[in-house]
Design a protein around this ligand. Structure first.
Ligand SMILES: [Zn+2]
Length: 168
């Protein structure tokens, strides 16, 4: 596995693969056919073993970001991973050595770590407690709260308006 640029888009897509639809939590990776197609589209092998690893990483990362588990839950995903130099064409490049079915899960955790270092606190759960999506806050002030202004932002504003109207 090449020591590539952290893949933030992949991380966010993975975190957001358990959306609430019509009030019920769903899992985009629950259907094996759909899950395999998605893994392949992310550069994975689309095997069952890989899917298990990716789902484990997703559960761990979601729990860490929601504050329900300490980051230590991610340790198994890093276990046994080594960084090795490869000399090719007169140049050394660094590669991560890990079983192929663990690569995608590892990529997700490395992207989470890179983001936590470069943009601390910017990856977080949507402030709508009925929404299970995550967002990366790209705003200058760091005040973005919703996965989508169009969906959750407006819904929360409408709710606050309704509550204010009811209590006055
Ligand atoms: Zn949301």
């Amino acid at each position: 596995m090449a020591d590539a640029v952290p893949d933030v888009d992949f991380l966010l897509a993975l975190l957001n693969s358990t959306p609430v639809m019509d009030g019920a939590p769903t899992d985009d990776l629950a259907d094996p056919g759909q899950a395999r197609a998605w893994l392949a589209s992310q550069g994975g092998q689309a095997t069952e073993a890989e899917l298990r690893q990716v789902v484990k990483a997703r559960a761990g990362l979601q729990a860490v970001l929601r504050g329900t588990e300490p980051p230590d839950v991610l340790v198994p995903i890093l276990q046994g991973v080594a960084r090795v130099p490869v000399l090719a064409g007169g140049q050394i490049s660094w590669h991560l050595k890990v079983a192929p079915e663990r690569e995608l899960a590892l990529r997700a955790v490395l992207a989470w770590d890179a983001l936590a270092k470069t943009s601390p606190g910017r990856l977080r759960p949507c402030a709508n407690d009925e929404c299970r999506l995550f967002l990366i806050d790209h705003s200058k002030a760091g005040t973005a709260r919703w996965c989508s202004m169009a969906v959750c932002g407006n819904r929360m504003k409408a709710r606050r308006h309704y509550e204010r109207a009811r209590t006055t």
